[in-house]
Each structure stands twice: as structure tokens, then as C-alpha cells.
Ligand binder design. Structure first.
Ligand SMILES: [Ca+2]
Length: 450
């Protein structure tokens, strides 16, 4: 595997959660109007795409792909245009999603997510939820950092970056071998198409949930390589002439079909109005050779592994029929960090004592005027970026520091640094203050350009 799927450039930090620090930041979360009085806590289904391009859904403007179920979710929910993940690679992005914390705090170098991290699954389980993860874990292989050690009652899936969808083996580098797990044991089900296996397990979990609230985390491995779409899905995108795009589109179709089946399973149990369905990608599309580079981020530039928009700006849709507004679009700056406090609030789970970097999005979901973040900052390897309003400053690596206005220049082509020293100085200060706040956390290692 190349960078982004091995724990090399992505896993930078040591940390230990300091609960003493937690109280201050936890207080940033808004008051928590849980589910209305007398109402049961909602089920939460969190579906994560793997390497899906920033605009590769019909509801995000793609005209060649077929994503009817995801488009329907957006039509009956809330779609975010300016939603970001914390890193353009699997492991750090997922660690932040599950903890509500910057990956610099949550990761342990070359291992995965810190065992001491409090995941959303741990928090919800402590509030009485049943929890399960089916799909791609990629947050550590040892038992001490496995799903069962991080708050999940059940796990079926793999812990590495990618597997063959039928043999469930890993064919890259020196680590070739069977990689499917059920809980903490090796599991064999040769020949079952992995996305179908995930959907089947998820459906069974939903069917036996009864009235008990559950948290179901479904990190599908689509459209990540190896590109192994079904014959049916390939036929449905036969109109796409570019072979790489067609293969990729068929994998997106597999993902969309899976989401449709999950939503259908929820409806079949009469749980639609008791279930929040959240969908997002872990980062932008891949240009690694095995991916065939079939993904797109138009009109943005960049991809997985970069802090350009195409690396970190992702599709994100959330639906809670009867509770959330339907068919609306939100343009505020939002982050995958925000789902931890938002969903915890809906579940009635206290985040007191946790040092969280995300914000409760309930006000943003309710109002186009509300603000969750004045600015967002990123660090990844030696790359860094900061966005405030339409302005984005980025640097590190071999490149110069560049300033872009995303409203005028979504493709980040025209560097305005020499023309707008005022914006440059301001964003640099925002970014430095953010880095300083992380440096104050002794559990963060300073290898990230912090
Ligand atoms: Ca990924």
C-alpha cells in the first residue's frame, strides 16, 4: 500500500487524554436538547465511503454517476457543501470521526488510534446503545485497539487498508494473507462479496435491534481499490466511456445500492423516524495506481493525500425524518469532528471531561445563519492549511505558501499571497494559534509541522 493506507505518514502522534483539559473545551458544545421529552434516543447509522471524490454524487453535481439512494437521502435530509475531514488519508480521518478530536491527539504512531481514546461507540454504549461496526476498521490491528476494545459490541470486517472483495486477502507488499475478522478472531467466508457481507450483517443487526437504540458504524470499502464492481453495477454505468471512470462509477453504484438496502432495512423495521442516517467520505478520491484515478473533485483541485479541496472536502449528508429539516443545503464550515458532539447530544450522552475539537451542529442544521467554526485548520505530515470564510492559506512540503479565495477560485489556481498580505497575515495567525493550542497538549507529538 502507498501512503495513506499504511500507518506511515498518517500516524504521527502520541497522546494521552488529559481529562483535566477536557472540561474547558467540552464546554464549547452547545446545550443539549436531546431527543424531545418522552422520545426514545435515536438509532444512529454512520456510513463512510472510502476514497469517494469530493463531488462524486449526483446530489453534488456529478452527471455521469448513478447515485439515486444517496440523492434521495439528501432530498429528505441535510446536505453540506463545505464539509471537511481532518486529513486526506484513511486512518487519521477515521480516528477524528470516531473521537471528535484532531488526529494529532487521537493517533499513536504506527499503531492506529490510541487505546485510551473515548470513541463515539464507547460513549453511546455507556448510554445503553448496542454498537456494531461492519466494514473497514483501519484504526489498528492489535486486540488492544480493535473495535471490541474501542466500544463496539460486534465487528465483522478487516483492519488493514484494503482487501480483495472475494478472498478477503491482502495482496499488497509483504503482508499478503487472509485479513477478515469476526470480533477478535479470524473469520472465513470465501467468495462472499465484501460489500454484500457488510450489508447483510448490518441488516441482521437492524432486524434484531427491536426497540433498543443502536449505533451502527458502516465503513464500506467502496470505491477504494481493488476496483471490483459487480456485473450489474457495471451494466448500469455502461454509458461512461472512460474505462477508469466506468470502473470507479460502478463501485460508487455498489456503495449507493448498499445504502439503499440499509435504508430499506431500517424502514422495514418501522424505525425510519427513530434513526439518524449519516453519510460521508473519509477523504477525497485516490490517484494511486491501483485506483485507476477514476474519481473526480471538479471544480476543486487535488485528491487523497493533499490538503487541496479535493483531498479534504467531502460529500456529507444527514437525515433524521421528522426531526431534521428535509431537502436543505448548508454552506457553513463544518467538520467530521462535529458528529461526535452532535450525535452524543441527540443520544443524551454527556461529553463532560472529554477534550473535543468538534462542535454540536444542531444550530447549523436548524439555521443557515448559525456558525459552527469561524475557521478550520489542518495538519498532515509536513503539509498544513487553514480556511476562514472564502480564504484558504496552505503550505508545507516542497511548495510555497499559497493563498486562495475559494469563492472566486474553487480550483485553487491563483495564488493571492503577494496581493493580499492582510489576509495572509491574519490566516497565518489563526493557524499559528491553532498549532499553539495543540502544542499545549503534551500528548501531541510535534512532527506534524505544529
Ligand atoms: Ca480512504
Amino acid at each position: 500500500m502507498t501512503t495513506g493506507d499504511t500507518p506511515q505518514g498518517e500516524d504521527m502522534s502520541r497522546r494521552r487524554c488529559l481529562s483535566a483539559l477536557g472540561a474547558g473545551l467540552a464546554a464549547l458544545a452547545l446545550p443539549l436538547p436531546v431527543a424531545a421529552a418522552g422520545r426514545r434516543p435515536p438509532n444512529i447509522v454512520m456510513i463512510v465511503a472510502d476514497d469517494l471524490g469530493s463531488t462524486d454524487l449526483g446530489c453534488y453535481g456529478a452527471t455521469d454517476l448513478r447515485t439515486p439512494h444517496l440523492d434521495a437521502l439528501a432530498a429528505h435530509g441535510v446536505r453540506f457543501t463545505d464539509h471537511y475531514v481532518t486529513a486526506p488519508a484513511c486512518t487519521p480521518s477515521r480516528a477524528s470521526l470516531l473521537t471528535g478530536r484532531e488526529h494529532a491527539r487521537a493517533l499513536q504512531r504506527n499503531v492506529g488510534m490510541e487505546a485510551e481514546e473515548t470513541t463515539l461507540a464507547e460513549l453511546l454504549r455507556a448510554s445503553g446503545y448496542h454498537t456494531a461496526v461492519y466494514g473497514k476498521w483501519h484504526l489498528g490491528i492489535p486486540a488492544a485497539v480493535s473495535p471490541l476494545a474501542q466500544g463496539f459490541d460486534e465487528f465483522v470486517g478487516f483492519k488493514v487498508g484494503a482487501i480483495d472483495n472475494y478472498s478477503h486477502s491482502y495482496y499488497w507488499g509483504a503482508g499478503v494473507g487472509h485479513r477478515l475478522w469476526k470480533d477478535d478472531a479470524e473469520y472465513h467466508e470465501d467468495g462472499t462479496y465484501f460489500p454484500d457481507l457488510v450489508t447483510r450483517e448490518a441488516t441482521r443487526f437492524i432486524e434484531r435491534s427491536g426497540d433498543h437504540p443502536f449505533f451502527l458504524y458502516l465503513p464500506y470499502n467502496q470505491p477504494h481499490y481493488p476496483l471490483q464492481p459487480t456485473v450489474t453495477s457495471l451494466q448500469q454505468v455502461a454509458h461512461i466511456t472512460d474505462p477508469a471512470r466506468r470502473q470507479y462509477a460502478a463501485c460508487v453504484q455498489v456503495l449507493d445500492d448498499a445504502l439503499g438496502r440499509i435504508v430499506g432495512a431500517i424502514a422495514a423495521q418501522g424505525l425510519t423516524r427513530d434513526t439518524i442516517v449519516l453519510f460521508l467520505s473519509d477523504h477525497g478520491h485516490s490517484t494511486e495506481p491501483d485506483s485507476l484515478s477514476g474519481g473526480r473533485s471538479t471544480p476543486y483541485r487535488g485528491n487523497k493525500g493533499t490538503l487541496l479541496e479535493g483531498g479534504i472536502r467531502v460529500p456529507c449528508v444527514v437525515s433524521w425524518p421528522g426531526q431534521y429539516p428535509e431537502g436543505i443545503v448548508r454552506h457553513q464550515l463544518t467538520s467530521s469532528l462535529d458528529w461526535f458532539p452532535t450525535l452524543a447530544a441527540h443520544a443524551g450522552a454527556s461529553t463532560a471531561g472529554l477534550t473535543l475539537d468538534g462542535r454540536d451542529l444542531q444550530s447549523v442544521i436548524s439555521s443557515p445563519q448559525a456558525t459552527a467554526h469561524a475557521a478550520l485548520c489542518w495538519t498532515y505530515g509536513d503539509l498544513w492549511a487553514v480556511r476562514e470564510g472564502p480564504w484558504k492559506l496552505m503550505g508545507g512540503g516542497e511548495g510555497e505558501i499559497s493563498l486562495y479565495n475559494l469563492d472566486d477560485d474553487p480550483g485553487e489556481m491563483h495564488d493571492l499571497r503577494s496581493q493580499r498580505h492582510d489576509r495572509f497575515r491574519h490566516l497565518a495567525e489563526v493557524r499559528n494559534n491553532w498549532a499553539e493550542s495543540l502544542r499545549a497538549d503534551p500528548t501531541v507529538i510535534r512532527e506534524l509541522g505544529l
